[in-house]
Ligand binder design. Structure first.
Ligand code: FES
Ligand code: FES
Length: 153
């Protein structure tokens, strides 16, 4: 079957099977590699994307469910260079291997758009669904708080 999905501002007509998950379709057909294949059951957050501006785990979304929705991945927020939030992540060396980074960037982007002045607890809650096995989370949380102080996502 064919589904029409907007990905990072570009319209796609994609041929998918009913059971195809959005994560695989984004990576294999659209070529957006930032959503990462982790647990594939909704636990790790490495596949996080924005659907109509809200974070979802793309391993839990069927491609057919994304019909006529707007998908944003990290590629989509980086067209004109790194976002201010990404700049802070980079300058503060907030990540190590970086596998979790795309999902965390999008979860933090959503948080700062909804709550530009989050508390530490707000950041912890917003990132609770994004697992990171390298950093212990502290540099990531600090970077989000610093980006918020700068007034931008
Ligand atoms: Fe989707 Fe882990 S791969 S939540
Ligand atoms: Fe390695 Fe987060 S930096 S999983």
């Amino acid at each position: 079957m064919e589904v029409e999905i907007k990905v990072n501002g570009e319209d796609w007509a994609l041929s998918v099977a009913p059971a195809d998950v959005l994560l695989d379709v984004l990576r294999e057909q659209v070529g957006t590699k930032s959503p990462k294949i982790g647990c594939e059951r909704g636990d790790c957050g490495s596949c996080t994307i924005l659907m109509d501006g809200r974070t979802v785990r793309s391993c839990l979304v069927l491609a057919v469910e994304a019909e006529r929705h707007e998908i944003t991945t990290v590629e989509g927020i980086s067209f004109e260079g790194l976002s201010p939030l990404q700049d802070v992540f980079l300058s503060s060396n907030a990540f190590q291997c970086g596998f979790c980074a795309p999902g965390i960037v999008l979860s933090a982007t959503e948080l700062l758009e909804q709550n530009p002045d989050p508390s530490r607890h707000d950041v912890q809650e917003a990132l609770a669904g994004n697992l990171c096995r390298c950093t212990g989370y502290e540099p990531i949380i600090e970077a989000v708080l610093e980006a918020a102080k700068g007034g931008s996502a």
